[in-house]
Ligand binder design. Sequence first.
Ligand code: UGA
Length: 447
Amino acid sequence: MALKITVIGTGYLGATHAAAMAELGFEVLGLDVVPEKIEMLQRGEVPMYEPGLEELLRKHVAGIEGSSGRLRFTMDFAEVAAFGDVHFVCVNTPQKHGEYACDMSYVDSAFAQLAPHLTKPALVVGKSTVPVGSAERLARELAAAAPAGVEAELAWNPEFLREGFAVKDTLHPDRIVVGVRSAHAEKLLREVYAGPVGEGSPFVVTDFPTSELVKTAANSFLATKISFINAMAEVCEAAGGDVVKLAEALGYDDRIGKKFLRAGIGFGGGCLPKDIRAFMARAGELGADQALTFLREIDSINMRRRGQMVEMAREALGGGSFLGKRVAVLGATFKPDSDDVRDSPALNVAGQIHLQGGQVTVYDPKGMANAGRLFPTLAYAETAVDAVRGADVVLHLTEWREFRELDPAVLGEVASNRLILDGRNALDPTVWRAAGWTYRAMGRPSA
Ligand code: UGA
C-alpha cells in the first residue's frame, strides 16, 4: 500500500513539501497551528508569493474542483498521527532574540505534540534547519514520549529549496540527503523519493550529525562565496577595477563557477544570515569555535555592504546629509521572485536613509505588503515610475526582471535628477547612459 504522508508546519518549506508530495502521488495531510494559514491553504491559497506553488496546491487540495483530492489540512495532531506512516517536520528555526543561536522552540513543540499520539510504527523526518546534535536528542525524546517506543523512529532530511524556485527544487532536487539509523528508515525514504531519484537526483545516506551539517555547511559556503566577491568589490572600488568583469573571468574556471558571484548589497533573507550565526554558536558549544571564526568575517563583510550603499548614495548626492533629498528605492524583497522581506538588504538601506532624513519612496513588484508591515514609516509607490517621480537619486536594490525592462528614457522624464545607483550590478549601464543617466554600481568605479 502507498505510504501516507503528513507535513507538520505549512510555511514556505512545509506548504511546498506537502504540495510536492501530493504531486508525487501520495495522500498527504498537512498540519499547522495557525488557523488562518490552514483556512487559506484549504481554499488553495498560498500565504506567500512563490511562482507555481498556488497552481500545484490547487491541483491537489481536496474540495477544489478538478483537484486530485490527495492533499488535506488539519490542526489536530491526533489525526496526523493516526493518518501518517511518514511525518515530515517542517517548522521554522529562527534566530533567537539577542543571540546568535537558533530558536528550537517550534521544533521542540512539534515533536512534543506529535509524540504522545504515535501509537503505531512511524517514521518522523526532520526537515527544519537545526544545530548539529538536535536529531540525536530528538530521537531519544521521541522514543521516550511515543507509546510506540522505538518504533517511532527519527530520520533527518535537510531541505535545500530556494525561494523563488521552491516547487522546482522540491520536485527535482539536486540532491536528497537522509540521515538515518536503520535500513528500514532508509527504505521508507527511498520509497518517498522514488520519483526524483528515478529521474537522477543523487540520494546521499549519512548519519544524523552529517545530515544536519550538510545543510548548514551548504548555506555557509554560499554565504562565503557571496561575501568573497563582495570583498573583491571593495578592493575593486579602491583599485579602480571592475568586479563584474572579475567575477565573469573567475567564473570560467569551473572549479570556481560563476554562480553566487554576483556582487552587490549582499545576502539577506530568512536563511543565510541566521544559519551562519547559528552555526557559529553551535560550533562554540562544541568547542570548535575556531573552525568557524571566518564566518564572523563573512557576516561583517555582508553587513558592511548595506552601509556602503548608503554612503555611495550620500556621495552621489553631493556628500552632505540626506535631509530634503528624495530617494527612490526599486526593490524591497531580499531577492527577486519572492515577497519575503526578512532581513532584506534593500529595505535595510531604504530604512537607513529614511532614518537619516531622506525622503525615501519604495516600490517592489511583490513585496509591498510585507515591507509596509515591517517599515510602515517609509513611503510606498504603486509603480516604479511613481517611485522615481521627482527623485534626486534612484537606488536599484533588488534585481527584479521588471526593473531591467524599465525604459530609462521614460524614467528620465519624471526623475528630477538622472542618477541611478545599481546595488545589484544587474542593469545595463550602456542603456542607462544612452538615455542620459549617470550610472554607478558597487565595485565598478570605472565601468
Ligand atoms: C538559501 C539557499 O540558497 C537554499 O539552498 C537553502 O535551502 C535556503 O537558503 C534555506 O536555507 O532554506 P534563499 O534564502 O531562498 O536560499 O536565497 P538565495 O537564492 O540563496 O539568496 C540569498 C541571498 O543572497 C539573497 O539576498 C540574494 O540576493 C543574495 N545573493 C545571491 C547575492 O547577493 N549574490 C549572489 O550571487 C547570489
